[in-house]
Design a protein around this ligand. Sequence first.
Ligand SMILES: Nc1ncnc2c1ncn2[C@@H]1O[C@H](COP(=O)(O)OP(=O)(O)OP(=O)(O)O)[C@@H](O)[C@H]1O
Ligand SMILES: [Mg+2]
Length: 134
Amino acid sequence: MNTLNQSVLPIRTETDVVIVRQKVRAVSVELKFSLVDQTKIVTAASELARNVLNYGGGGTVAIEVLIRESKNGLRLTFEDQGPGIPDIELALQDGYTTGGGLGMGLGGARRLVNEFEITSRVGEGTRVVITRWK
Ligand SMILES: Nc1ncnc2c1ncn2[C@@H]1O[C@H](COP(=O)(O)OP(=O)(O)OP(=O)(O)O)[C@@H](O)[C@H]1O
Ligand SMILES: [Mg+2]
């Protein structure tokens, strides 16, 4: 598998979240994703970026274009060095929130992509990797 065109963006402010959304939209357009698929990956990215900001104390997202045989994909890796998530299964459940949100972000993001991996260590941070294939 080849990786092309990797870029890393900071997620420190609300404005950064907007920039992440714009960049993910632009790359998905370049990849000729359908409008529906563009919206899916942008929505998932927005939820995960907001979690990095709200719970992770800020972090980064790496944006990678993947070329696998004739299939193209977009992979996003969100990382923070925040408090971590003690119970990932619980955090993924719809309606679970520690921040007065709807508790729909993680579960919703998982349903919008083809691949979803989350790893977290309490006191070290959280990494979420999502991939949407064309
Ligand atoms: N990067 C993170 N670091 C630490 N905890 C996190 C992180 N992302 C999510 N969590 C925890 O998982 C919970 C569920 O996250 P989720 O995005 O599903 O819901 P929410 O952010 O609380 O609400 P919503 O996204 O619907 O506004 C959060 O309330 C928080 O406790
Ligand atoms: Mg959230």
